[in-house]
Write a protein that binds this ligand. Sequence first.
Ligand SMILES: [Zn+2]
Length: 133
Amino acid sequence: MDYLQSLLFHDGQFLGIQWHPWKVVGWAGNVVFTSRFLVQWHATEKSKRVVVPSLFWWLSLTGSLLLLAYAGFYQRDSVFVAAYAFSWIPYLRNLLIHQRNERARQQCMACSHKAEAGARFCSQCGKALPETA
Ligand SMILES: [Zn+2]
């Protein structure tokens, strides 16, 4: 137990960090932003092809906005602010494109699988999908 305590506490502070509410925001941003890699890796391993799920973009957007708030309101470092000031734009754009693609998917009448937009055949059962304009 002393080992665990000495591992987690340094100089009387948890993880040796001088905690402040904005530090919590910054670390939450770090955790959320970093977790996106695990989500993308898991999705790719699961489907055996490179996949970027919408959760990846949500985590990117949330993490970058938390880090931007930390950088702008607490750290006030122009380099850090510039790094996150515009990164949310492609994340938001990718979410909008993903949402548009999700709406365009067709449901297979035979097996209820949601086929990719523009697909002519169901990838699950192979049945022909209705033509779309
Ligand atoms: Zn089907």
